[in-house]
Design a protein around this ligand. Structure first.
Ligand SMILES: Nc1ncnc2c1ncn2[C@@H]1O[C@H](COP(=O)(O)OP(=O)(O)O)[C@@H](O)[C@H]1O
Ligand SMILES: Nc1ccn([C@H]2C[C@H](O)[C@@H](COP(=O)(O)OP(=O)(O)O)O2)c(=O)n1
Length: 222
C-alpha cells in the first residue's frame, strides 16, 4: 500500500506549511483536502447557492479542479488560488463541510490522491476517516490566539485586509463548527501524534515530525 502521512488540526495550526515541507523532503505528493471544500464553497457561491442548497452535492462530485506544482489551484481552468484563501471562503467551506452528503461526494476523490511513492494529506479527518490505515498520523494544534495571530500576519503579508479581532471570532466559530459536527468532526485519531506548536518554530515542528515519520515508516518496513 502507498504510504500516507496524515496531518489534521484546526485553522492556522500550520498544517499546510508543514505538509509542504514534509512532502518536498520525502518526494511525496500532497493533498490539501481543505482546498476541495473551499473549491466547493467557491463554485457554490459563483452559482448563487446558499450553503444548504441540495445542488451543492453535485457541485462537489463534479468539481473541475486542478493543482499545479507551484501550489496554484484552478477551478474550470481559472486560477482561483487567491480567492480560495480568504476567510469568507473558509467560513462557507466549514458550513458546507458539515453536510454528510457533501463529505461523501468528496471522499473517493481524496483517496485517489494516494499514489506512489507516497502522500502527505492535510485536513480535519485525514487520519480518522479518509486514510484510517495511514502509517503516520499527526494532529497539529496551537492556542486560538496564536493561530489568529499567525493567520493575521499571513493575510497581511499576502496583501489582504484583515482585522485581528474579527479573525479571533472567525477562528473560534470555525473551530466550534468543525469540532462539533456530527460527521467526521475535527479530533485526533487514537493513534495520532499530537503536537502543540504554540511555542514551537516551524523548524522545530518539522524536526519533531520528521523523527516521528522516520520511526513510523521504518517500523512499517520491518
Ligand atoms: N510553528 C509556527 N510558528 C510560527 N508561524 C507558523 C508556524 N506554523 C505555521 N506558521 C505560519 O502560520 C500561518 C498559517 O499556517 P498554515 O500552514 O497556513 O496553517 P493551516 O494550514 O493549519 O491553516 C502561515 O503564515 C505559516 O507560515
Ligand atoms: N478534511 C477537511 C478539510 C477541511 N474541512 C473544512 C473545515 C474547514 O474549516 C474548511 C477549510 O479548511 P482548510 O484546511 O482549507 O482551512 P485552514 O487552512 O485550516 O484555515 O474546510 C473539512 O471539513 N475537512
Amino acid at each position: 500500500m502507498v504510504p500516507v502521512i496524515t496531518i489534521d488540526g484546526p485553522s492556522g495550526s500550520g498544517k499546510g506549511t508543514i505538509a509542504r515541507r514534509l512532502a518536498a523532503r520525502l518526494g511525496f505528493g500532497m493533498l490539501d483536502s481543505g482546498a476541495l471544500y473551499r473549491l466547493t464553497a467557491l463554485a457554490s457561491q459563483n452559482a448563487g447557492l446558499a450553503p444548504q442548497a441540495p445542488e451543492i452535492v453535485d457541485i462537489a462530485r463534479h468539481l473541475a479542479c486542478r493543482f499545479d506544482e507551484e501550489g496554484n489551484v484552478f477551478l474550470n481552468d481559472e486560477n482561483v488560488s487567491r480567492e480560495l484563501r480568504t476567510e469568507t471562503t473558509g467560513a462557507i467551506a466549514s458550513q458546507i463541510a458539515a453536510r454528510p452528503e457533501v463529505r461523501e461526494a468528496l471522499l473517493q476523490r481524496q483517496r485517489d490522491f494516494a499514489r506512489a511513492p507516497g502522500l502527505v494529506a492535510d485536513g480535519r479527518d485525514m487520519g480518522t476517516v479518509v486514510f484510517p490505515e495511514a502509517p503516520a498520523k499527526i494532529f497539529l494544534d496551537a492556542s486560538a490566539e496564536v493561530r489568529a495571530d499567525r493567520r493575521y500576519k499571513q493575510l497581511i503579508e499576502n496583501g489582504f485586509d484583515a482585522s485581528f479581532t474579527a479573525l479571533v471570532e472567525e477562528i473560534r466559530q470555525r473551530d466550534e463548527r468543525d469540532r462539533n459536527r456530527s460527521v467526521a468532526p475535527l479530533r485526533p485519531a487514537e493513534d495520532a501524534l499530537v503536537v502543540d506548536s504554540s511555542d514551537l518554530s516551524i523548524d522545530e515542528v518539522e524536526a519533531t515530525l520528521w523523527r516521528y515519520i522516520q520511526d513510523r515508516l521504518t517500523d512499517r518496513d520491518e
